[in-house]
Design a protein around this ligand. Structure first.
Ligand SMILES: *[C@@H]1O[C@H](CO)[C@@H](O)[C@H](O)[C@H]1NC(C)=O
Ligand SMILES: *[C@@H]1O[C@H](CO)[C@@H](O)[C@H](O)[C@H]1NC(C)=O
Ligand SMILES: *[C@@H]1O[C@H](CO)[C@@H](O)[C@H](O)[C@H]1NC(C)=O
Ligand SMILES: *[C@@H]1O[C@H](CO)[C@@H](O)[C@H](O)[C@H]1NC(C)=O
Ligand SMILES: [Zn+2]
Length: 398
């Protein structure tokens, strides 16, 4: 589903008072000063927001990291697209490339999620309900955020047989974060990072991912944004692309005009990639939904897929470009390692994990076993939950 873009002047933001629970105001994080940088904010635990290359590396010795991310459910309808476009591609270290999947519960096929996990891709979360109303997300309270995200991790762990500790990231539906309420729940819940905040001000040179120990200097494109202090919790900014109309687009599938041919798609990606590659090499993200490219019988979709794949072929010709999942990229930022030493960089190595989802079940739930007026189907590892899992009952116990 496409995030609707709400752009508000940051001046409006000044009047926003963050409140975690009734009457509990958030203490704003302190600014990141030179003294803080010298004394209190150093890698691997802390990084202030900014365009400086981590570890003070030079541009030439810095790898250009590329994020390929896909939102929403993994399903029979899109797995062949992922297999065709992502599988069997290698980084310069001769290990497989890895992508990041932001998965919501409804219609997700958990056995297929396990396949992606096993091959080294990042399984991140995108909420249990994917409620279509953005005010729902903007106003959600802490206990509901826990039900949507912390409980969803337990659900993913159980239904897809993915260890809780390996589910580290989150993206808010429609990029509508809940500001401090959401950040506090993610941090307390043991998540490491989130990737929902577009930036237009810091696109060239781009802002690098940063922790929230000190006050962020990033623009707030979609309110509310967090103002509190979240030690060691990373924001992975969504650096806007520019469409051919020169307007920003956080998700490439919202860039306009929509590319219709393989060449237009390739050119759009290349132009935006170069904005990163020729400046400070801040990670370049192609944030999208498979639905932008997946569908053989539709000419526009098939052409975009060809252009996208051709762009990945082009990246593979570059010795300093690494296509890695967001969790792996954060490991690089924590320990900045020059390109020449990446052959031995463990987080970019991708051993295949054992298949822990050997028993696949197709589950059926009549309407009365769901909170909905209609039936549901769901594919999981091991055993079908007794009732359809949902908010408040993430494992579907009867
Ligand atoms: C660094 O942290 C210490 C301990 O919390 C604190 O006393 C000191 O004022 C901090 N320095 C700066 C520049 O913020
Ligand atoms: C970064 O590198 C520059 C040039 O080599 C040097 O002058 C500066 O002190 C370094 N900064 C840090 C924080 O290491
Ligand atoms: C690389 O990926 C392919 C398909 O994605 C998989 O079959 C293969 O086992 C992986 N190889 C290694 C060494 O990770
Ligand atoms: C949070 O929101 C839910 C749903 O609106 C509500 O039932 C619950 O009482 C709220 N919890 C708190 C602590 O306000
Ligand atoms: Zn979504």
């Amino acid at each position: 589903m496409f995030g609707k873009r709400l752009v508000l002047a940051s001046a409006l933001f000044v009047g926003y008072v963050a409140v975690l629970a009734l009457g509990q105001a958030v203490t704003p994080a302190l600014p990141c000063t030179e003294a803080v940088l010298a004394e209190n904010c150093t890698l691997p635990d802390c990084r202030c927001s900014g365009i400086d290359i981590p570890g003070n590396l030079t541009v030439a010795t810095t790898p250009q990291l590329v994020f390929l991310t896909f939102d929403d459910a993994v399903a029979i309808q899109n797995i062949d697209f992922y297999r065709e476009v992502l599988y069997n591609r290698k980084n310069p270290n001769n290990h497989n490339i890895t992508a990041t999947f932001f998965i919501n519960h409804e219609y997700n096929n958990y056995a297929l999620a396990h396949e992606l996990y096993r091959l080294g891709h990042d399984i991140a979360l995108h909420s249990m309900s994917h409620n279509p109303l953005t005010p729902y997300w903007a106003n959600l309270n802490q206990s509901m955020w826990r039900a949507e995200v912390v409980d969803q991790r337990q659900q993913m762990a159980t239904l897809a047989r993915i260890p809780v500790a390996d589910v580290k990231g989150f993206r808010a539906p429609f990029l509508q974060t809940g500001g401090d309420v959401m950040y506090s729940v993610l941090q307390e819940g043991g998540f490491q990072w989130e990737c929902s905040r577009p930036t237009l001000n810091f696109r060239k040179p781009g802002i690098w991912p940063y922790t929230n120990d000190y006050r962020s200097t990033q623009d707030c494109q979609i309110q509310p944004c967090p103002v509190g202090e979240y030690k060691g919790f990373w924001t992975v900014p969504m650096i806007d692309m520019l469409g051919d109309n020169n307007e920003g687009c956080a998700m490439v599938d919202t860039c306009t005009p929509v590319p219709e041919t393989a060449d237009e798609t390739y050119d759009l990606l290349l132009k935006n990639f170069n904005d990163h590659y020729t400046t400070n090499k801040a990670p370049f993200g192609i944030f999208t939904h498979a639905a932008w490219m997946n569908g053989a019988d539709d000419e526009g979709l098939a052409s975009r897929k060809i252009g996208y794949a051709r762009f990945l072929d082009f990246l593979a010709t570059k010795e300093d470009v690494y296509i890695v999942s967001i969790s792996r990229a954060i490991e690089w930022i924590k320990t900045p390692t020059p390109v020449a030493e990446l052959a031995d960089f463990v987080p970019f190595q991708v051993p295949v994990k054992p298949d822990d989802c050997t028993v696949v079940r197709n589950c059926y739930y009549a309407a009365e076993q769901t909170p909905f007026p209609t039936e549901r189907y769901m594919t999981v590892c091991d055993a079908c939950p007794a009732v359809y899992p949902w908010l408040g009952n993430p494992l579907g116990v009867s």
